[in-house]
Design a protein around this ligand. Structure first.
Ligand SMILES: NC(=O)c1ccc[n+]([C@@H]2O[C@H](COP(=O)([O-])OP(=O)(O)OC[C@H]3O[C@@H](n4cnc5c(N)ncnc54)[C@H](OP(=O)(O)O)[C@@H]3O)[C@@H](O)[C@H]2O)c1
Length: 304
């Protein structure tokens, strides 16, 4: 099998490459079909997904069986001020990959986000794949359009929505909390936005299981269980052993201090129903996946 990974230098792209190279992850082995896979891993410098001609040419030349799109403009606040760039990377990029995948007869895994939901539905029930999106930020809007284009232009697609992602590689909330905790010793974290922290190990593991299946469709793929950013930060500081305090604040208090920040859904918890009902997979509870991260993280930008 030949697999093309776009956005390969990012958190998820790096983790998927690692699992394909090793043949297993902390959770278990990768599917047999992928054990001797040819992996083409490209990032912005080699393949800019916003360039339709380049994407179609690249896919035609290499004829991958599967494309896993990990490329995106993921800076949620940055998307508010740089809307064109967000639109290109998050909507036009996936459209180009969908067109190219369809022409080549390849399947496409496109990674999306919990921020396609408004977070206002509430009822405190995690949202499954039947729930209607209604984004409230430029990031969420552009990611939702990317999903629509993938559905429209590539028949064999998997849209995999994840949330609150962290990894050994790149920048993320876990590393930010540990570093800030070391530096300032007192953290103030929003307590009225709830969601599902997700370890990239788990996301990559389940994406690799899906990509060899024929179970096309929309998936939610997040750590099991719901918490606030404050709960998440408290657990990070406890597991890291960093000597810091964590106190709760409201989104309104945070916004007053960071007026340019994007609005985020108050309730973006997802239910992984499709995973359970198709390939029969359960995600690990977020606390267990986070503890596993701290067992393996080298404290910098990789694994022990
Ligand atoms: N991070 C989260 O908390 C989170 C939550 C929910 C969903 N997601 C989704 O999960 C997926 C993976 O996220 P991640 O955290 O792994 O992202 P990431 O670490 O930000 O990596 C994204 C990669 O894509 C590259 N890229 C950006 N624009 C590109 C373009 N036009 N062409 C090719 N490559 C491009 C980036 O390069 P540069 O760094 O040079 O820009 C980066 O290497 C994304 O679809 C994201 O929307 C993430």
């Amino acid at each position: 099998m030949k697999v093309l990974i776009t956005g390969s230098h990012g958190q998820l792209g790096m983790e998927i490459q690692k699992q394909l190279r090793l043949g297993y992850s902390e959770i278990g082995p990768i599917p047999e079909k992928l054990k001797n896979a040819t992996v083409l891993a490209v990032d912005l410098d080699e393949l800019d997904i916003t360039n339709r001609t380049a994407v179609v040419d690249f896919v035609r030349r290499h004829q991958p069986d599967a494309i896993i799109n990990c490329a995106a403009f993921t800076n949620v606040d940055g998307c508010e001020t740089n809307t064109d760039a967000a639109f290109k990377a998050n909507a036009i990029g996936p459209r180009n990959l969908a067109i190219a995948a369809e022409k080549a007869g390849a399947r496409l895994v496109h990674v999306s986000t919990d921020y396609v939901f408004s977070g206002r539905e509430n009822g405190e029930i995690p949202q499954d794949e039947t729930c209607l999106p209604g984004p409230i930020s430029a990031y969420g809007n552009t990611k939702l359009l990317g999903e629509k284009y993938v559905q429209e232009f590539c028949r064999r697609h998997f849209i995999v929505r994840t949330a609150w992602l962290y990894s050994y590689y790149g920048k993320n909330f876990v590393k930010t909390m540990v570093n800030a905790g070391r530096k300032v010793g007192a953290l103030e974290v929003v307590n009225d936005q709830k969601g599902n922290p997700t370890n990239a190990v788990d996301l990559a593991h389940h994406i690799l299981k899906l990509v060899v299946s024929h179970e096309y469709g929309i998936y939610h793929c997040t750590g099991e269980g719901v918490c606030s950013w404050y709960d998440f930060a408290s657990e990070i500081i406890r597991l890291s052993g960093v000597n810091a305090t964590v106190s709760p604040c409201t989104s309104a208090q945070y916004k007053a201090k960071h007026p340019a920040s994007a609005d985020r859904p108050a309730w973006s918890a997802l239910e992984n129903r499709m995973l359970r009902c198709t390939v029969g997979d359960e995600m690990r509870p977020w606390q267990q996946a986070l503890a596993c991260f701290f067992e393996h993280w080298d404290g910098e930008n990789g694994m022990k």
